[in-house]
Design a protein around this ligand. Structure first.
Ligand SMILES: Cc1cc2nc3c(=O)[nH]c(=O)nc-3n(C[C@H](O)[C@H](O)[C@H](O)COP(=O)(O)OP(=O)(O)OC[C@H]3O[C@@H](n4cnc5c(N)ncnc54)[C@H](O)[C@@H]3O)c2cc1C
Length: 392
């Protein structure tokens, strides 16, 4: 039986950060992971450049059944604290749209920094370790694994969400929560492309590869960004963002000309009595292939002078207010995150410790806190894990 102060399950972003902080306090820490490599999601994130945080972090950038829960951790270990760490390691980075911060070279820079910090803090990372059972005894936890048995005072669950099972994602963290009587908010894939109903799919798959700026809205949220048509459905940043707020069977509204009120523009043009076909006007704003999918060839070739007010309203509505009901999402196979997870009501927002199970902590994506696209999920991993690391 290996005895230690802290066992962290999961050598991802949050597990490594928590282990480093606990190690720096002089705690003996072992990180156990079933995968053959630490931090696989860090390496694949941000297209290989890891969007590790964002200049603008607010609680409103996160989805949770308790929207206030994330505030304490995000303010105690902020984006500025993580940037200070990056700067200390001289990792070159740059800002993209909306304050998103990416490595200039490679996500490997982030993982190597965390692993170096683990070494400096005396943290032992043990891979290829399958956990067979977790038991709580008075003042300690016992773990049986395929690499022997372990005992610790504190146990941190940092097993992430369900997205990309091929990368080793498992529901283990939720099962541990349930084992200890902690409720789990139902999970679903987030930051994920939409699939379309078969009619729409046949029609719009012809547009595969076309990207357009748009606003996508539903009852809960609205985002302005690029949308990408794919051979499976709809993707691109704006679609990923709204997908985290979407439920099966719901409609979304897409404004394909977010900077133009088309009804007014067409009516003004018609008043000018310019002889011009509808197609010529719309061609200036939207890709031809998209227009022919949305409007009939006959209508597109009609002179604007011959189009009635009613028709203009219909055309404008179709483009500024296109309503579509996705068939579903691509699911955990391609999702960037899992929405839902370990119920925040059961955790202390200051320490991430379970209120009813002293010594048991949950950090990172396994918790019911899900960030927007843009570095928010990593910031939640760093912040929640840093906080737990001060107490485990
Ligand atoms: C393709 C992709 C791109 C992304 N890009 C970004 C981005 O650029 N910016 C951003 O902010 N977020 C991004 N994310 C989300 C981000 O990667 C996660 O939110 C973040 O990694 C969560 O950190 P975590 O430590 O909680 O979980 P993870 O990083 O998922 O780590 C969990 C660890 O637990 C281990 N584990 C799981 N089950 C077990 C078990 N049963 N026993 C032992 N170990 C186990 C796993 O092997 C893994 O190492 C991306 C996600 C994906 C999938």
């Amino acid at each position: 039986m290996t005895e230690t102060d802290v066992i962290v399950i999961g050598a991802g972003a949050s597990g490594l950060m928590c282990a480093i902080e606990a190690g720096k306090r002089g705690r003996r820490v072992i990180v156990l992971d079933s995968a053959n490599k630490a931090g696989k999601k860090i390496l694949m994130s941000g297209g290989g450049r890891c969007n590790f945080t964002n200049y603008f972090i607010e609680a409103t950038n996160f989805i949770s059944s308790n929207p206030h829960f994330c505030k304490s951790a995000l303010s105690r270990y902020s984006q500025w604290d993580f940037l200070a760490l990056i700067t200390r390691y001289q990792i070159p980075y740059h800002e993209r749209a909306h304050g998103q911060l990416f490595c200039n070279d490679s996500a490997k820079d982030i993982l190597n920094m965390l692993l170096k910090e683990c070494v400096n803090a005396g943290v032992n990372v043990q891979l290829n370790t399958l956990i067979e059972s977790v038991e709580s005894h008075t003042d300690c936890f016992h773990l049986k694994t395929n690499q022997g048995n372990f005992k610790s005072q504190s146990l941190v669950v940092a097993t992430g969400g369900l997205s990309i099972p091929k990368m080793g994602a498992t529901p283990f963290g939720y099962k541990i929560a349930q084992q200890f009587g902690i409720s789990v908010i139902p999970t679903r894939a987030g930051l994920v492309p939409f699939t379309l109903q078969s009619d729409d799919k046949d029609k719009f798959s012809l547009l595969s590869g076309i990207a357009v700026p748009c606003i996508i809205s539903n009852q809960k949220q609205s985002f302005k960004e690029n949308m990408l048509f794919t051979h499976r459905g709809l993707s691109g940043p704006v679609v990923l963002q709204i997908s985290s707020y979407w439920g099966l069977g719901e409609e979304i509204t897409i404004n394909l000309l977010p900077d133009l009120v088309l009804e007014t523009a067409l009516k003004v043009k018609r008043q000018q009595k310019v002889k011009v076909r509808l197609k010529t006007i719309l061609d200036a704003h939207l890709p031809k292939r998209l227009l022919t999918c949305l409007l009939s060839e006959e209508l597109l070739n009609t002179s604007l002078q011959d189009i009635s007010d009613r028709q203009i309203n219909l055309i404008a509505n179709h483009i500024n207010n296109w309503t579509i009901k996705p068939n579903g999402t691509e699911g955990y196979r391609t999702a960037e995150v899992t929405v839902g997870g370990v119920d925040c009501q059961s955790l202390s927002s200051k320490t991430m410790e379970c209120k009813e199970v002293p010594g048991l902590y949950f950090v990172g994506e396994v918790v019911d806190v899900t960030g927007w696209l843009g570095g928010y999920n990593f910031q939640w991993a760093w912040s929640s894990a840093w906080c737990a690391g001060q107490y485990v």
